[in-house]
Write a protein that binds this ligand. Sequence first.
Ligand code: IMP
Ligand code: MG
Length: 504
Amino acid sequence: MADVRARLGEFLAAREAKVVAVVDLQFGDTGKGGIVDRLAGWADVIARGTGGANAGHTIVLNGESHAFHLVPCGILYDAEGKLNVIGSGVALAPSVVADELAVLDAERHPHEGLRISHRAHLVLPFHIALDRLREKRAAKGKIGTTGRGIGPCYEDYLARQGLFANDLLNPEEFRRKLTRTFAARKNLFEAFDPAHVKEVMMSDALGGGKYYDEKEIFAIEAIIAEYGRYAKTFANRIIDTDALLQEAKAAGKRILLEGAQGHLLSVDYGTYPYVTSSDCSIEGLAKGVGLRPDDVDVSIGVAKFPYMTRVGEGPFPTELGGTESAAWCSTATKEEEAKKYPGASVNAKDEMEQGVGMRLAGFEYGATTGRPRRTGWFDLPLFRYALRNGANSIALTKLDVLDGCETIRIATAYRYDGPAYRVGALELTPGTELTTAVMDPVVLKNVTPVYKEFPGWLSPLGKAREKGALPQKLLDLLDFIRKESGASLDLLSVGPDRDDILVI
Ligand code: IMP
Ligand code: MG
């Protein structure tokens, strides 16, 4: 561990970094939490700026794994006096924060340094209910959300109906705004089948019915009482964290920004409408903690390699098993999968089985929902697109998952084969070749990837700690990616342990 800290410390010192951002360049789940965890030792302040309890990372306390959704992974370093910030861009679910603090207390893990922005967006029971009801109703056209109320929460913000963490500090104002927002939103619920509404309101996600009122749908007084209780557990941490970050930056403190979701899920840059509702890009992250994008010295873009994943609906050109895989992953469980695909392996000849094999090898099941993640090959057109956002350093992760895979395929371009379609000045007709992805589902659902094949490395990477110890086949593959994308490939994660990372 001391060794990793030294290695990464040197890497950042060479760049004279003070503010470092870690963002995901794909569809989330690239293991950026692991990168943040390894860098947190370097930082004075660790801050999140986007997303909410739709994100998930595993925190190990006293040997026990816990799924955390809002408290940043830097909380593990609380005893060293570091500050952990939930920033102003975050969708804040008070019950989740209260639960995570309770876990930390039960494990006797300190959390003195946790701060919550007074401008964080409050997730309300209406948001969770609406998110779930919409997904339930929309058999076709669903997004495959995590059901955490994220979309409706940000919708209320843009509609100028939102509540902030600050409202928890002022009970009368909380009551006034809650009543007003509910009055404006109640009609949305009246459009659903009352039996579905009841079912969702009684679910665990909504406290097993504690917010439900048979006649009014929502028991406003119960919400007020419950939010009041949550607020008690963390009200003393609610401050102006934008100012805190700006002052820390001015004082030359080391700041680590922890991204959530991924660039391709950003509402501004992703595969809209199959996206989350915040901007998970570098500038979205900086803004979400009160900084500007040019305050960031080193932005580390994280990408899985040489495979990738996506959870939920939306286009995924290199998906193994194509639409069959997408359909399977939207309903299947891990247990069913083991039964249906006994031949699953990273070397299976059948694409579907090879995809399942990758999922098993990489433990690719959602941290927040348990859903199987769709798997596919590394996609250079998507990578080139994401790099335009300006990541000036790249971390490739999960490389060990394809240890022993005989043939690795990299998508180098797409061939469009849908109907004639225009995207601005670009006219697509069957046969058009694209080397950079175009963020339009009509396009991405109608492309066939052009692959280049590489021989895989057959021995495990796990113990390599420097470039010289890596197999030549992998080094050649990395050279190819560098040449094709112009990316600065600097960090490689080759295993789950803190020490399993190389600076190359
Ligand atoms: P929402 O953020 O719950 O609204 O979900 C919108 C889309 O983003 C869905 O496709 C989700 O599967 C995806 N998504 C949200 N959070 C994550 C994450 O942390 N990892 C991967 N996908 C996510
Ligand atoms: Mg995650």
